[in-house]
Ligand binder design. Sequence first.
Ligand code: BEZ
Length: 262
Amino acid sequence: MSGGWNASLYDGSHGFVAQYGRALVPLLEPRAGERILDVGCGTGQLTAEIAESGARVVGIDASPAMVAQAREKYPSLEFVTGSVCEMEYAEEFDALFSNAVLHWVKPPEVAARAMARALKPGGRLVVEFGGRGNVAGLVEAAYGALRRLGIAEPEGLNPWYYPSVGEYTALLEASGIEVTLAMLFERPTPLQEGEAGIAAWFRMFGGALMAPLHAEQAAEFLRLVPETAPAHLRREGGWTADYWRLRVVGRRNGPKTGACPT
Ligand code: BEZ
């Protein structure tokens, strides 16, 4: 994740991120003594769950605020501030895990190479993030509100990377990962806080879309998004986010020794 996050808000109103990610941990099959890297660990909830296996887990996140909160919550675990693309780990980890982060990370091919390089040959990779079509309704709401505020080409503000199964598996394979499972699935996610839930989601995650707005316009944007959101996102008493998850499991291939993919 990038900097500028409100770590307390993330843990509070948006705790569902880690809750859903919990389903991913059994796919990782962490074992005692293994060294595991949690990429984009946020405030460390899933890092701690993985560590319960007895594995030695390192959580890395680009946000100093997230890492500070993770260290406070789990002082016995190791957390590092750093971006995925700039990781310099080489053949150090038995497995790599990442939940709800890689849609923020560009360029994706640099991230994929850095993740592959971090793994020992044969090391396992389990990642899940937003895939093709993710939050398309929320994005439509944002573009509608931005156009009403006079932003002509709001598409240019979209910070996210939502690849298809074919696109992402090809990218991983080119980085030296053999993909053993890949799936894109719909995961409608009820937003908290009733009617205000959609504005709360943009307040937490929509910083890039609101970047050109001054304070009054940003307040107007948050007032407008419920009006511009497509009707299918409405549920009784609130909103549902149209999340689509891309889940990929793989393994680093290549010789036991030798050059890392660059
Ligand atoms: C996601 O987890 O899919 C997501 C979260 C925040 C912003 C965009 C997508």
